[in-house]
Design a binder for this molecule. Structure first.
Ligand code: SF4
Ligand code: SF4
Length: 217
């Protein structure tokens, strides 16, 4: 499958490793990299050399114990999950196969602090196609839950979470747009129910997790 994103890149960038391209993009005001990624504190962890102290042999065992992680060790790195993943098709860095391999190797901090972990669209294509019955999408869910517990939450998700808690709606609609709707004769938008959501958030510890995520700012 042709990579549409790589088609749009300058030739010089195509030959560079991902880390070098990212460094250039940070210093380039016309960069296509999102502001969120530029401001991110998360490590770009897939291409930097691995140090011996990074291996944690317990990491894969932690995941195998959780629901959906049981078949992790059956992965033989065929790459089917990556080749069929709709996100990998348009991303330079997101590779579900790589994530699975990093877990097998025990690279816990790299995996949990990786911003790429949050690109998964949870479409379950990888899980459906894996010849070894690895539930890749479920493994990613487990990883995200572990990442949140450690305080690794991308800023945009924290903002969306805070919006839901405060207004009952993930996206805060700007006042100007609301006024324009009114001027155009459109009916008012339905209101969220933050009180009910707040109760749910307390019961599920969502508010607490959101606060833990503030450590990454
Ligand atoms: S499709 Fe399954 S076996 Fe193949 S690399 Fe992905 S997780 Fe591993
Ligand atoms: S669930 Fe995530 S990793 Fe799997 S194919 Fe969909 S986007 Fe890719």
């Amino acid at each position: 499958m042709t990579d549409i994103k790589s088609k749009q890149k300058p030739e010089a960038e195509k030959k560079m490793p991902y880390t070098a391209v990212k460094s250039i993009q940070r210093n380039n005001p016309t960069s296509t990299l999102s502001k969120e990624a530029e401001n991110s504190h998360f490590t770009i962890s897939m291409t930097t050399p691995i140090q011996p102290h990074e291996f944690d042999p317990q990491f894969k065992k932690e995941i195998i114990k959780k629901h959906g992680g049981e078949n992790l060790k059956h992965c033989f790195q065929c790459g089917t999950c990556t080749s069929d993943c709709p996100i990998a098709r348009f991303s330079d860095s997101y590779r579900p196969r790589t994530l699975i391999r990093m877990i097998q190797l025990g690279l816990k901090n790299r995996v949990l602090s990786s911003e790429t972990l949050w690109l998964c669209a949870a479409c379950f294509t990888c899980t459906d196609r894996c010849p070894q019955d690895v539930e890749v999408a479920s493994v990613i869910r487990i990883l995200r839950n572990m990442a949140v517990e450690k305080g690794f939450v991308p800023k945009i998700f924290k903002e969306l979470g805070s919006n839901i808690l405060e207004t009952g709606i993930a996206y805060r609609i700007p006042e100007l747009r609301l006024k324009r709707r009114e001027q155009s004769g459109l009916p008012p938008l339905p209101k969220g129910n933050p009180q009910a959501i707040s109760k749910l958030a307390k019961a599920t510890s969502f508010s607490k997790l959101l606060k833990q995520g503030e450590r990454t700012e």
